[in-house]
Design a protein around this ligand. Sequence first.
Ligand code: PLP
Length: 387
Amino acid sequence: MKPAKRVLELPPYIFKEIDNRKNALKQRGVALLNFGIGDPDLPTPDFVVEELCKQASKSENQKYPSYNGSDVFREAVCKYMLARFGVKLDSVSQAASVIGTKEGLAHFSWAFLEEGDIALVPDPSFPVYANSVRFSGAEVYYMPLLESNNFVPDLNAIPDEIAVRAKVMFVNYPNNPTGAVATKEQMQKIVDWANARDVILVSDAAYAELVYNKDDRRSFLSIPGSEKCVVEFHSFSKTFNMTGWRLGFVVGNPDLIGGFVKLKTNIDSGVFDAIQLAGVKALEYLSVCADELMSVYRERKNLLSSVLKEAGIDSFDPSGAFYLMARCPKGVTAMQFTIDLMEKCGVITTPCTGFGKSGEGYIRFALTQPLDVIERLREHLVKLGYK
Ligand code: PLP
């Protein structure tokens, strides 16, 4: 029995080949150093786990949750947006829970896109944007994120005939996989461009708290004009090492939130109340958690970039998120470099072509390994012989 066309037409999953090779090496007993997955090695803070246990045992939290998140959760989220970004929101109409930003982003496309529409998608980017656009029947127009433009889309390069049909633009800062952040001026230009063309701006702020310089912590919702066109997705996954919990939220324009929640009401039944309450607790101690986390990632990125440099591999100093993007040696493709690192050195990375064509020439290291593993990388890379 064949799956539906929308599934058959999904682009080939290049991570599958990496997985197959990785499993073959594992079976041969090769010790692998895994910098592939963007899944934190650090645990969820104890106080958040304790709150979950406490709340999970209460019968009032064991029922169906509300579709758009509990009042307490939405109020906490709005308090966070005000304290952290100076963004004032109405917790009833401008905030909703999501089962992780991945779910939220995918369903947002479904709620707002249809055949005939175009969505502007950064290249490289998190594959969910483009795939959810295709599921909705709309077309993808890729906006290359180039080194020469600090990995921010060049809006002047979008042809007029595309711009008039564009309904949605996705943006993601701090950025996966480049580690770039957007400046206030760049964000303002994007918001102005979207407003002038009636385009919905979907900001994926999954890494909003993961910046190496506090001045780079920004929300598109703090940009003048954003109230008309922006929805922003935030996640607990990376800020609090809660990837398995599936908790995030969306905030922004009430009509956009309303349309999104209407779709979701017909698909899922919200997030377990005990998880939402643990999320509320996490937000109370956000500042301490984020500072501690970023001091860990800062040490890791500094060590990793110097280890790579010794091996003759150039990398970009990230401003945010927890990845280090490295340049492939001249004449070596991202896929070939990834395979070489895996098969010659036992080092797992991600080719940035997995995130789009413009990722060619780059690979991504996730900073989700402790310093001693990064130190061990030094010996492994000797076998590469690119220097
Ligand atoms: N957005 C980006 C850019 C990501 O890299 C990821 C996960 O790696 C997500 C969203 C998904 O996060 P969540 O766990 O909140 O679904």
